[in-house]
Design a protein around this ligand. Structure first.
Ligand SMILES: NC(=O)c1ccc[n+]([C@@H]2O[C@H](COP(=O)([O-])OP(=O)(O)OC[C@H]3O[C@@H](n4cnc5c(N)ncnc54)[C@H](OP(=O)(O)O)[C@@H]3O)[C@@H](O)[C@H]2O)c1
Length: 256
């Protein structure tokens, strides 16, 4: 089966492509680096020729409110339109658990706009909503700084390894379209502030993490269960302490 991975050079895409290939599929990574751009349409028609499935694991280069909305709307519209012309049978997109519960965030409004375009298109689809990646824990501190300290709400948090995200997205991509949402998450629950504090300690990052019940998450108000998936979520295998011993944790330390 020919499966085009849009955003195939990114964190999840670069794990998904070899995963699909090892299961015998023809997986093609596509992104601006390889001459395929979902904003301009460049290279899309050729990349999608004879594709059965398209997996969208792109991310916006800018997370500023209007830029991120413009990215996900334009990119998704273009992609769905080229997919319809190419006869693609299954569109898979990676979204975020709890997006609809965080409307104060420009980033999550953009993810909901992306999901709505997919739901309203003619292409059969599966939307995979993942919890936060372990690889993103330091990034969470970076986007939560107030006067040099990371302010994070002590709410429930169930992040997962990017490898497990790629495994689940791969499984769903080769299965039948669910025409709905599948949630995926990590095998353990933590407190958001606690896990970011632990991650910074492993990185010898001296920044203090403040447990602040009023702290926003990417601009959104969060409460106890905003970030955790429902009871039917499929779970990754990798526990946080195990992930810390893996090369992925060291790679994340270098790039995120
Ligand atoms: N971070 C989290 O904790 C989390 C949790 C749940 C879900 N997600 C979702 O996971 C998805 C993937 O995240 P990620 O961290 O793997 O992303 P990433 O590492 O930032 O990679 C982004 C990818 O998008 C590609 N891209 C950017 N602009 C493009 C364009 N105009 N046309 C085609 N491709 C373009 C990039 O290509 P180039 O390399 O060629 O620039 C790159 O391959 C996102 O949609 C995000 O919402 C993230």
């Amino acid at each position: 089966m020919k499966i085009v991975v849009i955003g195939g050079s990114g964190l999840i895409g670069s794990k998904l492509v070899p995963n699909l290939r090892s299961n015998g599929h023809e997986a093609i990574p596509a992104s601006p680096n390889s001459g395929v751009n979902t904003i301009t349409g460049e290279g899309l028609a050729a990349a999608l020729q004879a594709a059965s499935v398209v997996v969208d694991v792109t991310n916006s280069p800018s997370w500023e409110d209007s830029a991120v909305l413009n990215f996900f709307e334009t990119s998704t519209r273009n992609l769905l339109s080229y997919e319809a012309s190419a006869g693609v049978k299954h569109h898979v997109a990676l979204s975020v658990v709890g997006s609809e519960r965080m409307p104060e965030s420009g980033y999550f409004r953009a993810k909901i706009a992306q999901e709505n375009l997919i739901k309203n298109s003619s292409i059969p689809y599966s939307i995979v909503r993942a919890t936060q990646f372990f690889e993103f824990l330091k990034g969470l501190a970076d986007i939560s700084l107030v006067a040099g300290k990371a302010h994070l709400a002590p709410v429930l948090f169930q992040p997962m390894a990017a490898d497990d995200v790629a495994t689940w997205v791969g499984r769903i991509a080769v299965g039948p379209p669910v025409n709905g949402i599948v949630e995926i998450g990590g095998p353990e629950q933590f407190r958001l502030d606690e896990l970011v504090r632990r991650r910074l300690a492993t990185l010898n990052d001296p920044r203090e993490v403040v447990a602040d019940p009023r702290a926003r998450y990417s601009g959104a108000e969060v409460s106890e269960r905003t970030l955790v998936p429902g009871k039917d979520a499929r779970l990754g295998d990798t526990r946080f302490e195990t992930w810390l011993t893996q090369p992925a944790a060291k790679a994340a330390a270098a790039t995120h």
